[in-house]
Design a protein around this ligand. Sequence first.
Ligand SMILES: Cc1cc2nc3c(=O)[nH]c(=O)nc-3n(C[C@H](O)[C@H](O)[C@H](O)COP(=O)(O)OP(=O)(O)OC[C@H]3O[C@@H](n4cnc5c(N)ncnc54)[C@H](O)[C@@H]3O)c2cc1C
Length: 412
Amino acid sequence: MTAPLDLSPDATEEEAAAAAERWLHENLPPAWLKAVLDGDREAVAAQRADADGLRAWYAQLGDSGLATPSWPREHGGLGLSADAAGAISDVLLRYSADFDSPAFIGRGLAGPTILLHGTDEQKRRHLPGIRRGEVQWCQLFSEPGAGSDLAALAARAERQEDGTWRVNGQKVWNSYAHFADWAILMARTDPSRPKHRGISYFLVDMRTPGVSPRPLRQMNGDAEFNEVFLDDVVLPEDALLGDLNDGWAVGISTLMQERNGLSGRPGVGPGRGEELARLAARTGTWADPLLRDRLLSYLVEERVLQMTTVRAFVETGTGPVGAEGSIRKLISSWLQEQAGVLAAEADPVGVLGWPAGSGLPSSAYDFLSMKQTAIAGGTSEIQRNIIAERVLGLPKDPDPEKDVPFNQRSRG
Ligand SMILES: Cc1cc2nc3c(=O)[nH]c(=O)nc-3n(C[C@H](O)[C@H](O)[C@H](O)COP(=O)(O)OP(=O)(O)OC[C@H]3O[C@@H](n4cnc5c(N)ncnc54)[C@H](O)[C@@H]3O)c2cc1C
């Protein structure tokens, strides 16, 4: 087993990044390291395509503490500040050495929420599998009638006489639920309370009888999403995370992590702008002065976002997980949309057609995926509402039934 990295919890950003880079040079499989240093993206992709090798790499990364650098050392992290941890994430990205995106739900959402609200037993049981990338998680929050207004959720969890919970309801847009091992779930435990106050938060084994994910196909070709039906699902007493009927507060802590995590690369350095410029150089569209001008504007805006993020980390001391995170998410969603459009313009032939049977070219994929971040984890309109209310101090969106018991409301 790999030993945790020997790094002081007071390490600065530079020290943390240098230690991570040294560790990668010593531990990344030699062919992978060579592919990264040569900038050979296909060779890197080939390394990452070896499922067994990738699994072993994730376990090694998890044991080193580098996969979860801000977690406490007692739970396998390095106990680092948010900015030093961010510097490590940046290095892992540069070496294409990080977990792949499905792991975000465990490492970025379930893990931090369990750290904040879990019992010792829940932490002991769940955190190691998340840290080592061994257990896939999904998020069962959204419902057909509850997305932006998540507190309107209707899935019911009823306590049985023996202390177990019986859950019934339907969730939707649940990424990776079709292969997830565990889920974080919000369900209504007391409909006689106002909508925010009768919700509880649960940890659900996806193999429990009655849990049925059904994949949904998206326009970018992925089938990442699912609807998940919960029919008489019986959960053990200790599936509850946090206090009974306090699930809204627990869920908000997950959503704040999500907004922060969806906002792009934490450090200041190469990002999508450079990739787009390289794409334009490869296809010859770099010769178009108008496109070049827009690509350069994009590069500047991306840098400004990165620097604003760093400033938010420094000013709040905790990282932009409060309402500041909404500003960051709003801007990075906008940047993702711009990047989708620019990818299509930089590779106009690539987005028009590709050989049958081969996957989408990355430019077409980026174009078709450009709206994702602007919807996931709270839409851009909702981020604007949060900024208006909590940053600018404007009046709240009116909800005349906010204090009415959920089961007596006139609307959902
Ligand atoms: C890539 C991706 C991954 C996702 N993964 C998951 C997941 O794993 N688990 C999960 O539970 N959910 C997931 N979601 C769902 C996501 O959280 C919801 O789609 C999102 O919260 C919006 O909810 P909705 O789709 O019901 O839209 P609605 O809430 O119906 O919104 C429709 C439109 O109305 C606008 N609107 C709504 N209310 C207001 C308001 N008060 N003020 C101004 N405008 C408003 C919205 O901005 C939007 O434009 C994912 C979504 C995406 C795109």
